[in-house]
Structures are given as C-alpha cells and as structure tokens.
Design a protein. Structure first.
Lengths: 283, 144
C-alpha cells in the first residue's frame, strides 16, 4: 500500500501491518495495525461503508491539507510538486470527502502566485513591445474618429503604464474571480459528470479535483509555457476527476472536456474575430 | 428515483455552484451589451448559413435577464429552459445558504439515468431542428 511520510512527504510502499519506517528520513509512519475487517468498503469504492469500516481507506489528507503539521509553505510546495510530478500517486491519495475550502485556498494562492511571477515578465514585455504596438496602431490610422471605447482599450494596453494596468487586471482577476470561476466551472463539470455517470462521490470531490488541478497555473504568465501549463491543467482535471470520482478515464474526459468543447466553438470564433475588429475599426 | 432530505445545513453543493454560474451569466447579460461587441455573433451561421448548436443563447441570456420569457423562447427554447433552471437554482441556493433550507439529494437508477441522457440528446436534436428551420426556412414556421 502506498503510504506518505508526514515528515518529509516521501511516498513509499508499505507492506504488512504498521507502523513503518520512512526510507528517506527514518520517521515512524502510520498507526498501529487496524483490527481485522477494516479495508475498502464493500460494494466497491464510493459505496456506503458498513458500520465500523473506514470510508475511502487508503486515502489521506494532501500535503496542503496537512499544513498545520507541515507548515503552510512546505505543504504548498509538497502538494504543488506532487501534483505536477507525481501525478497518479497524488490523485490516488486524494480524499473525495475532504474540505472544499482547503482546495479553494490552494487554487487561490496558486493563481495569485502565477500573477505575481508574471508581473516582471509583463513589465519587460510591455516595455519592449509597447512602443512597437503604439507605432503600429498609429500607422494603421488611430485618430480622432476612432471610437472612444477603442481609444481606451488601446491606451490601456499600449500606454506608458500598460504593464501596470495588465498586472493590476491580472491580480484583480486572480483575487476576486478565482473562487467565482472555480465554483462555476466545477458546477458545470460536475453536471456533466453526473450525465456521464462519473459523479458518485459528490460535488465536493469534483471541486477538489478542479481546484487542485490548477497547480500548473503558476506558470500562467510565462510566454509559451502558459499554453503548456493550461493544457497540463486540463489533463490534471481529467486525471483528478478519474481518481477522485473512482471512474474511468473516458468518462472523466467526457465530463471535463464536453463543456470545453461547447465553449470552444462559441468563443474561439469571437477571439479570432476580435483582432480583426480592432484593426478594422481603426481604418 | 430516490429523494433524501438532509438536515438543515449550508453545505456547498452543485446547486449552489450552478446558482453562482447563473448569477454571473445573468448579471453579465443584464449589464454588459455583449451582443453589440463587433466580434460577437454566430460565425458558423455567417460562414455557412446554418446556425450552430448554441445559436441564440446570447439573446436568451439577454432577454431572460430582462424577464422577457417569450422573447427568450423565440430565440432558443432549450436555452430558455436551461436559463430558467439556472434561475431556479439561484432561488434554491439563496434559501439554502441564507436560511439553511436543505436541498434534496436525488438518486437515479442506471435505467433512469439512461432515460435522462436519451431525453437530453433528443431535446438537443429537436431544439436544433427548430432553430435551424427558423433560421433557414422561416416561411415554414410562418405558414407561408
């Protein structure tokens, strides 16, 4: 059975009754051996356990959820590392019935950190490209007849304080909008999960999968890497739903990707034509 | 189908999450003129003449946020039903979070879930057929 050392976070295989010794730091791990009869609930994962049996046996709080004993920074680091680089062991260990507030706080911090890490890069990018963009738009005919809204938009993104504007907008989005879009997205994904038969462990399990899958978003402000991070985040969502909801990869993929496919059809066309609209409104 | 009623609680569930989605969507539709954005519209309809599956949903959101139910139904019937369900979720969530009104847990059997999925697919097909006929052959619906 995969067991995690609470002292150093190492995952190791613990055979037989506990307690065990961590191979990395030597700490004693695990409770005394449980009495006979404990184990997975009868009827398979997710089924109500008979009296006396432990639900979701073999799963445990994540490092972030154990931050009271590990420390907040260590807990955040260990969970971020495990989510990105020890994907399957991490998701197999996540409790479906854990706190959604722990998951929300993790995602919140990750998104804010992503914006903070991106700010110097945004400043550098705006400094280098801002002047070029202003010259391009001026050559294309920005003038007195450009609509006021478009003038404001161009000044926001190409003005002398463009980097500050973009960073402030990003920070506002991360702080204010993260919980909103997390709950909204998790609600829609869970609805799809119910339709595809992969929501038996409840909304909280889906929310935790969606929230913990935001770990790659710490790279959201790094050019080129942000695209990979977004894709990896979606992969994590599918993997997380698969493990936390105890379902197949196909059903989890259907639950997570169906809303994305629907929104993609609507919004990719808008995004593509937005650029054309900006250009055409200045001619 | 089995309904179970928990005790009074404020535990966040899928109804609350969908209610939040509905609130955000309806507020955006009510106060931000998205349909007037130069790049907004059904690109598939502009390019091919045929509406996409979601054609009319922006108008549904706009009209439902102004409580124009007839206008929303005319734009996209299934979208109107979905928007109405979001509104119901909003009311239920307010009662749940403000007054601890318990929300029931609905358990469907495998056969009932299959029925729901088939009914949903059928509803999407019928709705799209209606929207497509209205877009491409409006004279058919007008009887002329």
């Amino acid at each position: 059975m995969q067991t995690r050392c609470p002292a150093c976070g190492t995952m190791f295989n613990a055979e037989g009754p506990g307690p065990h010794r961590c191979p990395t730091c030597g700490a004693s791990v695990g409770p005394p051996p449980p009495p006979a009869g404990y184990g997975l609930p009868v009827g398979g994962p997710g089924a109500p356990p008979p009296p006396g049996q432990v639900p979701f046996a073999g799963r445990e709080p994540t490092p972030w959820e154990r931050r009271a004993e590990l420390g907040a920074i260590k807990g955040l680091w260990l969970q971020w590392r495990d989510t990105l680089f020890k994907v399957d062991p991490f998701w197999k260990s996540v409790r479906p019935d854990g706190s959604i507030w722990d998951a929300l706080s993790f995602a919140w911090i990750i998104n804010v950190l992503g914006v903070l890490f991106a700010t110097p890069l945004i400043a550098l990018q705006m400094r280098v490209q801002g002047e070029q963009l202003r010259q391009i738009f001026d050559q294309m005919g920005r003038g007195a007849d450009t609509p006021a809204a478009m003038q404001w938009f161009l000044d926001f993104y190409t003005g002398p304080n463009a980097w500050l504007n973009v960073a402030a907008l990003g920070l506002f989005s991360a702080v204010v909008l993260t919980p909103i879009w997390l709950f909204a997205w998790a609600g829609i994904v869970h609805l799809m999960c119910l339709l595809f038969g992969c929501g038996k462990n409840g909304f909280g399990a889906t929310f935790r999968a969606i929230a913990y899958a935001t770990a790659p978003n710490v790279f959201s402000g790094v050019p080129c890497l942000n695209v990979l991070a977004s894709l990896y985040s979606f992969v994590q969502m599918v993997w997380g739903v698969m493990r936390v909801q105890d379902t197949t990869g196909g059903r989890a993929a259907a639950g997570v990707l169906t809303p994305i496919a629907v929104f993609f059809c609507c919004f990719i066309g808008c995004y593509a034509f937005a650029v054309a609209a900006v250009i055409s409104s200045m001619r | 189908m089995q309904l179970s009623w928990p005790g009074p609680n404020r535990k966040i569930g899928v109804i609350d999450a969908l209610a939040l989605t509905g609130v955000v969507g309806l507020l955006v539709a009510r106060f931000i003129p998205i349909a007037r954005l130069p790049f907004w519209g059904c690109k598939m309809r502009e390019l091919t003449g045929w509406p996409c599956l979601g054609c009319g949903l922006t108008r549904v959101a706009d009209r439902m946020s102004h409580f124009n139910f007839a206008g929303a139904w005319e734009a996209n019937p299934l979208g109107t039903i979905a928007a109405a369900l979001f509104m119901v979720c909003i009311v239920l969530s307010v009662l749940h979070l403000a007054f601890k009104v318990p929300l029931p847990t609905v358990s469907l059997s495998a056969r009932e879930w299959t029925f729901v999925r088939v009914a949903l697919v059928a509803a999407v097909v019928v709705n799209y057929a209606w929207v497509a006929v209205k877009t491409k052959f409006p004279h058919v619906l007008l009887g002329g």
